[in-house]
Design a protein. Structure first.
Length: 691
């Protein structure tokens, strides 16, 4: 078993004291000082660990949710079949310990506060989303697709309702056993009454279709050459995709030219209203789109159902809101003249996407482009063409005029036709550094604007005063989310030598528990890599790390057990004892491979962190905020985090410096990249000429 650090024990003790306090005297009377007294420590120490009362309450709610999550996960692991798994959820949520007086009064105290505290609400949202995702996953095999969402919500409501009634009734109206019986009978009756799930076809399959490009508001089949897109978790072919050649690019440009005129003539508020509808439809179709993204990318449904589609929807909503406020400025030039600027769209712009966040990238590029009055031609990566096509369908459904958002598919040749096209004013690429350079060179021929979101090898620095649990959480998020296929990943983890051992103990224990598996299973935390070629590349880096003398602490190979042998699964891998000059420390691997390095001194680690051609992201974990800001100010990176990693709110600009890119996506900054200013001088007097 993992040795518990004194700090762990102290945090646990304070959380327990909080639970006792909430159970006995309720929310309002539970103050930091009172909880500290109960735990026999000073209020200062509580503040040291948790910041303030809100921080302590959030940690307590997280701990309660985590306990329930673990109990659910362990029941799900031994449940066979979809009905048994639904039962496992009921049993975990209505277990005797959840009906215990102390636990239920604490849950009640929290639910009462959730409406008033954004921090608590975030924790609760994750808890609810997880329950629904689990239910939906299993109900898909039990009832027809149209019934899944409704039934999942109904079952969740019955579980919550039974628990709530029982917790509020003084007379012990129900106990755990009878509540579970009621819920169970209810679920059986509902499943029996609902239309059944189709019996044919394995879970991961979908009908094989040929998809043409989506041009001018509809699919335009050409019957031309196609390529296949596959599910990297199974190798199964998902669809055939028509390759766009010169004729299709010309058709897209023509459609965009017409659409853009109409679109730019609308007011910003009108464009915003339509884009808001796009965001609403994306949200409403979250589950279906998340599932498609999981099939196409191999990323776990646990991620795609709460991040990929929603982050895209948030981005579109954000720019829909900004659209009405786009404006130029008035410039006073004295009594006889003034000037003003008009912020105008560029015209037709292009987006070229990478394969790791296909739908999100399509949204991140199209949202500011369209809000500013441009039309877009978007080319997804050839490995992941499916969800951008869905976005095009949704745009049409929401009322975006024909030709304003077009999707063409293909390989680099198709990309080149776009980047060299004289009618296209700008190209925004997300991809590798080498591709970025080629795109920039091609764009130079017609003097296009470029935004380049490229690769990285970002540093994550853990100082000796950091909260080590948080720092480990940060390092896990920075390396293993999306199986490590995230451009901003902090894959060079510099840990202060005084805490290196403790950090590694915690890290290795948590990595050991990570669940690699079927990406469609909500319990899976690490899905498949994007393709066999990419998996081989990642495995070759792991072999290289070993050969270079790095010490393997976790993972280190392919995962094939439990039916994963047809997919591209690699275990989360941690190397310790890494040196700055090793290949695994210098080059972007884009897989689940973390390199841990140690350091002794602030100036030293800053210099080493900056010693790279890349500059996409960086992170610092320290309790000393002055140091946090001081170090971040010296790091050469476009996107930085203090005491967190890889969170990318749409409101903050995102992008890189050095070889990691040019320009910014998201935030108000992106507006600059999708508009041009026209300066207008207005004379109010006579024109004096010396002639
Ligand atoms: P690639 O650079 O291989 O491809 C990116 C896109 O460019 C694809 O659609 C590709 O087409 C297209 N393309 C390739 N060559 C050309 C060309 N000469 N002209 C025009 N288009 C071209 O990147 P990946 O798809 O492999 O994505 C992984 C990379 O993306 C990593 O380096 C990662 O760091 C980076 N990335 C950066 C992000 C950021 O925001 N900074 C975010 C996500 C990823 P096709 O593949 O279809 O042939």
């Amino acid at each position: 078993m993992r040795r518990r650090e004194p700090e762990d024990v102290r945090r646990r003790q304070l959380i327990e004291a909080t639970i006792d306090s909430l159970a006995e005297i309720g929310f309002n009377a539970s103050t930091l000082a009172q909880i500290a007294r109960r735990a026999g420590v000073s209020p200062g120490l509580v503040a040291h660990y948790f910041g303030d009362k809100d921080g302590l309450l959030e940690a307590t709610l997280r701990s309660l949710s985590l306990r329930l999550y673990r109990a659910t996960a362990s029941r799900l692991r031994v449940a066979h079949g979809p009905r048994a798994r639904v039962q496992a959820l009921i049993d975990a949520n209505l277990a005797p310990e959840e009906f215990d007086q102390r636990t239920s009064s604490v849950w009640l105290a929290f639910w009462g506060q959730v409406l008033h505290s954004e921090r608590l609400r975030r924790v609760q949202r994750v808890y609810q989303a997880r329950m629904l995702a689990n239910l939906r996953h299993d109900l898909r095999d039990l009832v027809a697709a149209g019934e899944v969402h409704r039934l999942a919500i109904t079952i969740a409501a019955v579980i919550d309702g039974l628990w709530l009634r029982s917790s509020l009734s003084a007379a012990g109206e129900t106990d755990s056993v009878s509540a579970r019986q009621v819920a169970s009978a209810f679920v059986d009756a509902q499943i029996a009454a609902a239309p059944a799930a189709p019996v044919d076809g394995p879970r991961m399959s979908m009908p094989l279709q040929t998809h043409a490009g989506h041009i001018g508001g509809r699919y335009r089949p050409t019957g031309g050459e196609t390529f296949e897109t596959r599910n990297p978790a199974t190798g199964e072919v998902l669809a055939a995709i028509e390759i766009a050649g010169e004729a299709e690019i010309e058709a897209a440009v023509e459609a965009a030219r017409k659409g853009q005129k109409l679109w730019a003539a609308m007011t910003g508020a009108e464009r915003g209203r339509i884009l808001k509808r796009v965001a609403d439809i994306l949200r409403a179709r979250n589950d279906e789109l998340a599932r498609l993204e999981t099939l196409d990318t191999g990323k776990p449904i646990q991620e795609t159902s709460v991040v990929d589609v929603l982050s895209g929807a948030e981005c579109i909503e954000y720019y829909a809101g900004l659209a009405a406020s786009l404006s130029g400025e008035h410039v006073d030039l004295g009594p006889s003249a003034f000037g003003y600027t008009r912020r105008e769209p560029l015209g037709i712009v292009a987006g070229i996407g990478a394969w790791n966040y296909p739908l999100q990238i399509a949204c991140w590029k199209s949202a500011p482009a369209l809000a500013c009055g441009n039309a877009m031609i978007f080319k997804p990566a050839e490995l992941t063409p499916l969800t951008a096509l869905k976005l095009a369908e949704i745009m049409a459904e929401a009322g975006v005029p024909e030709g304003v958002f077009n999707v063409v598919n293909g390989f680099a040749d198709t990309g080149r036709l776009i980047t060299r096209h004289p009618a296209i004013a700008k190209v925004s690429l997300t991809g590798e550094v080498g591709t970025g350079k080629k795109v920039m060179a091609d764009a130079a021929g017609t003097l296009k604007y470029v935004t380049l979101e490229l690769g990285g090898k970002s540093p994550l620095i853990v100082f000796d005063d950091a909260d080590l649990d948080d720092a480990v959480s940060g390092a896990l998020l920075a390396n293993f989310y999306s199986a490590g296929e995230v451009c901003s990943n902090g894959t060079r983890v510099f840990v202060h030598e005084r805490v290196r051992e403790a950090f590694l103990d915690k890290l290795v224990a948590r990595v050991g528990k990570m669940v690699v598996g079927d990406p469609l299973d909500p319990a899976t935390q690490v899905g498949a890599l994007i393709s066999p070629d990419h998996m081989e590349k990642v495995l070759s880096y792991i072999a290289r790390g070993r050969a270079e003398g790095a010490k393997l602490l976790a993972g280190g190979g392919r995962v094939t057990a439990n039916g994963l042998d047809k997919g591209c699964f690699v275990a989360p891998t941690v190397f310790d004892g890494c040196a700055d000059e090793m290949g695994i420390v210098r080059e972007e691997i884009f897989g689940p491979v973390m390199a841990v390095l140690s350091f002794a001194d602030e100036d030293e680690v800053i210099a080493r962190a900056n010693d790279t051609e890349f500059g996409l992201a960086a992170g610092v974990f320290t309790r000393d905020l002055a140091r946090g800001h001081r170090v971040i100010a010296q790091l050469q990176a476009g996107t930085c985090w203090i005491n967190h990693y890889n969170v990318t709110p749409i409101e903050l600009p995102f992008g890189g410096v050095k070889q990691s890119g040019l320009g910014r996506e998201n935030g108000r900054a992106a507006i600059e990249h999708y508009t041009q200013l026209k300066s207008v001088y207005v004379n109010l007097g006579r024109v004096e000429a010396p002639y």
